[in-house]
Design a protein around this ligand. Structure first.
Ligand code: NDP
Length: 400
């Protein structure tokens, strides 16, 4: 049915490519293009013969708009799924605009030299995408992504207004290393070492990194420490969910991870300021990435589950109402199915589903849109079908 260009060939892309190949009726032709073509060739070789999807590969520098335009013009996809790094969002959006090609990503733009992520840069493309008649779907991973779809679904079917949302991201997986990150270490450490913040009564409340801690008893996982972080979907949900008074985001971290992170911070290893080392400029955080385990190597070692979901409090027919929608995913089952751990799986599956929504025309809204702006129903059905079944309860434990 459709042709998709996938940019990037890391942990998340590997899962999305496996899932596209399971879904050949929608994705009958995909091209995998990344900085290191050998990685694209390796996954093509692994999957060819197991799928009806036609696979091709290419080398591309996703930071170079002209190179991207040339690739899009020669391959002629209907949509581009950006699974490279947040630094490349704008160059890929520029190329999509120039070629009138739909765009999907999983993380908002972040300048490489400033650890700051926000939607303003991508929202600035709204009019141009609308005029070009192409859709940009922002944040089609799990968080952002499924958390926005859960919010739109809760609003559509269960609430007249939602006043409070707590997004809870629990990874109870154990990979056996004292310290490793479950997705790109550079992006992950930039995110968790930044100041925290939450949205309340129309404004942002800022906290010190990891200042707010809660303990939560996650269904099917158990009791875990979780910490308040800033997270990108807070920004779009604050605008798109009417009646909202407060949105917070919590992520679980084990004590070993936090102790290592503090130590690395204290010695300057998480800094993004370049330093001179033996006459050469290096960025400490990029050097740290090079010595840490590659997240895509964690798959065979990781045991345990993730539980990610949203607690909603609001009103229906004048009565206060609570709801918790969540997904539980098992690291070992993910590895058996696609050769990756659950953090890559819970991002790669929604990335495939977002691309499917756009390619099939179920979601066709020229302009630049966050995921909660679309009809959540077909996406929720697809989550059940493609490996991320969700559960719903109206008696959740609340977070104080
Ligand atoms: P990886 O580092 O594993 O993969 C990134 C890929 O992008 C690599 O293949 C890399 O190439 C490629 N790449 C980097 N720079 C360029 C460039 N200039 N040109 C072409 N290709 C490039 O990252 P992940 O798979 O862990 O993460 C992918 C994305 O998913 C990130 O944006 C991350 O923030 C996002 N994410 C979103 C989540 C969500 O729930 N919404 C959760 C987790 C991640 P090479 O192989 O040569 O290094």
């Amino acid at each position: 049915m459709g042709k998709l260009l996938i940019i990037g060939c890391g942990g998340v892309a590997s899962v999305a490519i496996h899932k596209c190949c399971q879904n050949s009726e929608v994705f009958d032709d995909i091209c995998i293009a990344s900085r290191t073509k050998a990685k694209c060739d390796a996954i093509k070789e692994k999957l060819e013969g197991t799928t009806k999807t036609k696979l091709s590969t290419a080398q591309v520098d996703a930071g170079n708009t002209e190179a991207l335009i040339a690739l899009i013009n020669s391959y002629q996809p209907e949509a581009v799924l950006n699974l490279a790094l947040p630094y490349q969002d704008l160059t890929i959006m520029d190329a999509c605009l120039a070629t009138k090609t739909h765009y999907i990503d999983t993380a908002n733009y972040e300048p490489e030299d400033t650890a700051k992520f926000e939607y303003s840069w991508q929202w600035a493309y709204r009019d141009r995408f609308e005029q070009a008649g192409v859709t940009a779907l922002l944040g089609s991973g799990f968080d952002p992504g499924v958390t926005g779809v859960f919010s739109a679904y809760a609003l559509k079917h269960y609430f007249d207004e939602i006043n409070y949302i707590d997004i809870l991201d629990c990874n109870a997986g154990d990979h056996g290393y004292p310290f490793a990150t479950n997705f790109n270490p550079e992006i992950n450490i930039r995110e968790v070492s930044a100041k925290g913040s939450y949205w309340e009564n129309g404004g942002w409340v800022e906290t010190e990194p990891m200042e707010i801690k809660r303990v939560y008893n996650f269904p099917k996982v158990g009791s875990k420490d979780m910490y308040l972080l800033h997270h990108e979907e807070l920004e779009s949900l604050a605008l798109n969910i009417p009646g909202i008074r407060r949105i917070r985001f919590f992520m679980t971290f084990g004590q070993s991870y936090l102790t290592h992170l503090k130590c690395l911070e204290n010695v300057g290893m998480t800094s993004i300021e370049p330093i001179l080392y033996e006459g050469r400029e290096i960025v400490p955080l990029q050097f740290l990435k090079a010595v840490l385990p590659d997240p895509s190597s964690l798959g065979p070692r990781t045991k345990g589950k993730t539980n990610i979901g949203c607690i909603f409090i609001g009103k229906k027919d004048g009565q206060e109402k609570k709801l918790y929608i969540y997904n539980v995913c098992d690291h070992e089952e993910c590895y058996r199915e696609v050769g990756s751990q659950a953090v890559a799986y819970t991002t790669g599956v929604p990335a495939m589903i977002g691309a499917m929504m756009v390619l099939t025309g179920k979601w066709n809204k020229p302009g630049v849109h966050n995921i909660e702006e679309f009809d959540p129903d077909p996406f929720m059905d697809a989550l059940n079908q493609w490996g991320l079944p969700w559960e719903i309860t109206d008696t959740p434990e609340l977070v104080d």
